[in-house]
Design a protein around this ligand. Structure first.
Ligand SMILES: [Zn+2]
Length: 247
């Protein structure tokens, strides 16, 4: 029953989202499915979690994407939908990868700028036929940011998201490697000797200069015993290198 109800609520809000994409915005699903199915997969996230507390809708999107991310059959979003000849790869390209990419964009811009940019994209292109470049351009124009570093990997390239803990220095600087090509947020939880834990979050923007390693300073006077990188809402194809236990 619970599963049926969550599926029903999910489907309902998915289909309501289609009123906007593609019926308000004349996007071409046959060519760029991510321009409507991706939004219909992403937009219901907050409201589904509000209607069904404890049902982690977005984790399912992340898991669906990660199950195929970076594999040989997974194609970049800009490859036209009609080129797919594999059911799994076309599902990931239409639904889960763009839903995750839109959430990563939201975390990059922050809620307010993301919402303002998205609404302006809709205002400018309602009743017309936007292509992906119209979306990229409008978001850059309204946010006033050069987002090449974000749009290029997430929409144009093959690759995957994968962060890893490299090491914790003697002064408690945590070195984090970006092993995958795709920029994702850094979410660090660390535990100290007394059993308490703390958390630090950095948006995907931290990777905008193209570096593949960064250092994050944790409290230098803390006796850190364990560190965890990431959470269920951040895609990461290899989580085995996301836990660090201080010997
Ligand atoms: Zn749909």
């Amino acid at each position: 029953m619970a599963k049926q109800f969550s599926s029903l609520v999910g489907l309902l809000f998915h289909e309501i989202s289609h009123n906007y994409f593609p019926f308000y915005m004349g996007t071409n699903e046959r060519k760029y499915a991510f321009m409507d199915e991706g939004w219909a997969a992403f937009l219901p996230t907050d409201i589904i979690e509000e209607y069904i507390p404890g049902y982690d809708y977005f984790k399912r999107e992340v898991d669906g994407y990660v199950s195929l991310a970076g594999q040989e059959i997974e194609l970049p979003l800009m490859i036209p939908t009609f080129q797919h000849n594999n059911w799994s790869s076309s599902r990931v390209a239409a639904y889960t990868r763009p839903a995750v990419a839109y959430q990563m964009l939201r975390e990059t811009l922050g809620d307010d700028v993301f919402k303002k940019s998205l609404l302006e994209y809709m205002n400018r292109w309602a009743g017309k036929h936007p292509i992906p470049y119209d979306f990229f351009y409008t978001i850059e124009d309204v946010s006033g940011q050069d987002l090449y570093w974000f749009f290029n990997p997430w929409f144009f390239e093959s690759g995957y998201p994968d962060l890893a803990i490299d090491e914790l220095t003697s002064t408690n600087e945590l070195l984090i490697k970006k092993k995958g090509q795709f920029p994702v947020p850094i979410d660090i939880t660390w535990w100290t000797e007394d059993g308490s834990s703390q958390n630090k979050y950095l948006s995907p923007e931290i990777w905008k200069d193209g570096q593949d390693k960064i250092g994050v300073q944790l409290p230098a006077d803390s006796k850190i015993v364990k560190i965890k990188l990431g959470n269920d809402h951040i895609p990461d194809v290899d989580k085995e290198d996301n836990i660090y236990v201080v010997e």
